[in-house]
Design a protein around this ligand. Structure first.
Ligand code: ZN
Length: 537
C-alpha cells in the first residue's frame, strides 16, 4: 500500500547556501544575504501553505504534499523562480515525486529518503551557476568582483558600484544594522529576549558595523568563527513512520537550534559599549535545521561553542522522546513498516543507545581582516575533523566533539596552519571541557604560572626529537614553585596515554613511524591560552 498514494511529494533545498552568503568579504553583505534567506523562508512558508499540505519548511528547505501533477509542477517552478528573483544569485532546487513512483511502503521516512536522492541528483546535474558574460568595457562589481556592476550604492559613503545581488544584500544589511528592518537573526534574537524577559540591555544594541569593529570590541583585533552541525541528521529524517512525526521532529529540531543559540548568547555574553553605542559581540549568519555559523568576539568563541554542543546534546533527548524514537518497540516497527530492503539504522544505533543526539563543531580564531571565504573553509574543515572524532571507536557518538585552530601567520588553509605542529586536536566534548578547565587554572593568580616556562616547553615540542620536549618539561618542573608544578603534573597525567602516565611527558602520543605524528595537548593549551580567560560567569 502506498503512503497517501494519490499525492505528489514535493521536496526542495537551497543550493550552495554558503557560497551565496559568503560571496563577499563584507559583513554588511553577509548579514544582508543571511537576512534575505530568513525573509524568503518566511514568505515561502506562507505561500506553500496555500498550495498543499505543508509538512516542513525552514532553513531554506522543506517538503509538502500536493494533489495533482499540474500543481506539483507549478509549485516546483514557483519555489525555484521566487527565490532566484529575490536573491538574484541564490538558487533552490525543487523536485516532485509522482504517486506511482513513490516507494511501495507505508513508512513516510522511506518516501523522504527517495525524494532526497532525487533532489541530490537534480542538484548535481545543475552544475555550477554559469557566470554572466563580462564584456571588456563592463566594470565588475566592487564587492564580489565576479558579476558586472549595475548600480552605484548611495546609502553609505563607499561610492561602490555593485552588481544587483550585492546591492540587495548590502541594502538589507544596512537596514538591519539601523534596526529599521524587522528581519534577520538580529530581530529574531531580540524577539527571543523580549519573550523570555531577559536583560533589556540587548534591545537597543546593534550589530557591529564590520568584522574589524567586532575585533575591536575587546581590543584584540581578533574574531572567532563557530560552525556546528548535528551528527547523522540525514539518517534521522528517514526514521519517521508518519508525516506528522517527521514534521514534528524537523520543526522541533529547527526551533531547538535557534533557542539554544539565542539562549547561550543571551546568558553568556552582553552588549559592549563602544563610542556611546551598545554593540552585539556576535553575528549569527546561519541557523539551519541543525547547523550553525556565526562570528563572535574572539574570547567568547570557545566557551560559546562548548555550551552550544553540550546543550544540543542534553536537549535533544526530549525531541527523540516526543517523536516516538525512544519507544521500546521503535526498531521493530521500523523493521516491519520499512517494507524490505536495507534499513537506515541498526539496533545498535548510537542515539538508541545513548538516548540523545550529538554535535560536531569547529572554531576558528583569527585576525578580523582574515579573508572570509578562507575562514569559512577552515571552519568547515575543522567541523569535519570533529565529526571524525565523534565516529572514532572510543567516542562512537556517545558525545559531541570540537576542533579549533588559531590562525596567526599567513596560512590560508588548515593543512598549512597545522603543518609540523604536534597538536592533539580534535577533542571529544568532555576532553575539551577538561582542557579548558586546565587553561582556567593556569590563569589563576595563586598558581602564578610563568609564561616563559610555558613557552619553553611549547617550543621544545616542535622538535622532531621527542626527548627534547621531555627534557624541557623535567627541567621546568624542577624550577617551578609548588602550586604551578603540581598543576603542570596534573595536566600531563590527565592527558597522557593511559599505559604511560609518567614516562612520556609532555606527550599524549608518540609517533610510531614515518607519516605518523607526535601529539601533545600542551600545544593546544598554549595555543588557546590567550583566548580563554579564567573569568567564570
Ligand atoms: Zn557583486
Amino acid at each position: 500500500m502506498n503512503y497517501e498514494n494519490s499525492k505528489w511529494l514535493v521536496v526542495f533545498d537551497t543550493d550552495r547556501i554558503k557560497n551565496f552568503v559568503f560571496a563577499t568579504n563584507t559583513l554588511k553583505e553577509i548579514r544582508g544575504a543571511s537576512a534575505l534567506l530568513v525573509e524568503q523562508d518566511k514568505i515561502r512558508k506562507e505561500e506553500l501553505k496555500k498550495q498543499g499540505e505543508l509538512i516542513y519548511s525552514a532553513g531554506g528547505g522543506g517538503t509538502l504534499l500536493v494533489d495533482s501533477k499540474q500543481k506539483a509542477q507549478e509549485v516546483v517552478a514557483q519555489i525555484e523562480r521566487d527565490f532566484r528573483f529575490a536573491t538574484i544569485t541564490g538558487s533552490i532546487t525543487a523536485i516532485a515525486v509522482p504517486p506511482d513512483k513513490r516507494p511501495n511502503s507505508r513508512w513516510f521516512g522511506r518516501h523522504m529518503d527517495m525524494a532526497g536522492q532525487l533532489l541530490q541528483k537534480k542538484k548535481s546535474s545543475k552544475g555550477e551557476l554559469s557566470l554572466l558574460p563580462v564584456e571588456p568595457y563592463m566594470r565588475l562589481c566592487d564587492s564580489c568582483g565576479t558579476r558586472p556592476a549595475e548600480r552605484r550604492f548611495d546609502k553609505d559613503q563607499s561610492g561602490d558600484l555593485l552588481c544587483s545581488s550585492c546591492y540587495k544584500k548590502r541594502d538589507m544589511g544596512i537596514k538591519i544594522r539601523k534596526a529599521t528592518s524587522e528581519k534577520g537573526f538580529v530581530w529574531k534574537f531580540k524577539e527571543y529576549i523580549r519573550k523570555n524577559n531577559l536583560s533589556s540591555d540587548w534591545l537597543d544594541a546593534i550589530p557591529p558595523e564590520d568584522l574589524n569593529k567586532l575585533g575591536e570590541l575587546d581590543g584584540s583585533g581578533y574574531i572567532g568563527f563557530i560552525t556546528a552541525d548535528g551528527n547523522h541528521m540525514g539518517k534521522m529524517l528517514q526514521l519517521f513512520e508518519k508525516k506528522e512525526d517527521y514534521s514534528n521532529f524537523s520543526n522541533k529540531l529547527a526551533n531547538l537550534m535557534q533557542e539554544i543559540v539565542f539562549d547561550v548568547l543571551a546568558r553568556n555574553t552582553r552588549p559592549m559599549e563602544k563610542a556611546g553605542e551598545k554593540i552585539l559581540p556576535f553575528e549569527i549568519v546561519l541557523i539551519g535545521g541543525d547547523d550553525l555559523m556565526m562570528f563572535t568576539s574572539v574570547k567568547l568563541a570557545i566557551r560559546l561553542a562548548i555550551e552550544i554542543v553540550e546543550r544540543f546534546e542534553k536537549e535533544s533527548h526530549a525531541i527523540l522522546k516526543e517523536t516516538g524514537l525512544l519507544e521500546n518497540d521503535f526498531f521493530e516497527r521500523l523493521k516491519k513498516g520499512w517494507g524490505g530492503g536495507k534499513l537506515p539504522i541498526t539496533p545498535d544505533e548510537p542515539f538508541l543507545k545513548y538516548k540523545k543526539l550529538s554535535m560536531a563543531a569547529g572554531v576558528v580564531l583569527c585576525h578580523s581582516n582574515f579573508p572570509v571565504p578562507a575562514l569559512v573553509e577552515i571552519g568547515e574543515a575543522l567541523q569535519k575533523s570533529a565529526k571524525k572524532k565523534c565516529a572514532e571507536a572510543e567516542v562512537n557518538y556517545s558525545e559531541g566533539a570540537l576542533d579549533f585552530q588559531v590562525i596567526t601567520g599567513s596560512a590560508v588553509d588548515l593543512e598549512t596552519a597545522r603543518a609540523a605542529v604536534p597538536y592533539n586536536r580534535p577533542y571529544s566534548l568532555s576532553e575539551f571541557k577538561n582542557l579548558i578547565g586546565f587553561i582556567e587554572k593556569f590563569h589563576q593568580k595563586d598558581i602564578h604560572f610563568p609564561k616563559t616556562q610555558m613557552q619553553t616547553i611549547y617550543d621544545a615540542c616542535h622538535f622532531p626529537n621527542v626527548s627534547r620536549a621531555t627534557l624541557a618539561t623535567l627541567h621546568t618542573l624542577g624550577r617551578l614553585k609548588r602550586p604551578a608544578r603540581k598543576l603542570l603534573k596534573e595536566f600531563f597525567i590527565s592527558f597522557s596515554a593511559p599505559d604511560n602516565k609518567y614516562l612520556l611527558w609532555p606527550w599524549t602520543y608518540i609517533a610510531k613511524g614515518s607519516g605518523d605524528q607526535n601529539k601533545t595537548a600542551f600545544v593546544d593549551l598554549v595555543d588557546l591560552f590567550d583566548f580563554v580567560s579564567n573569568k567564570k560567569r
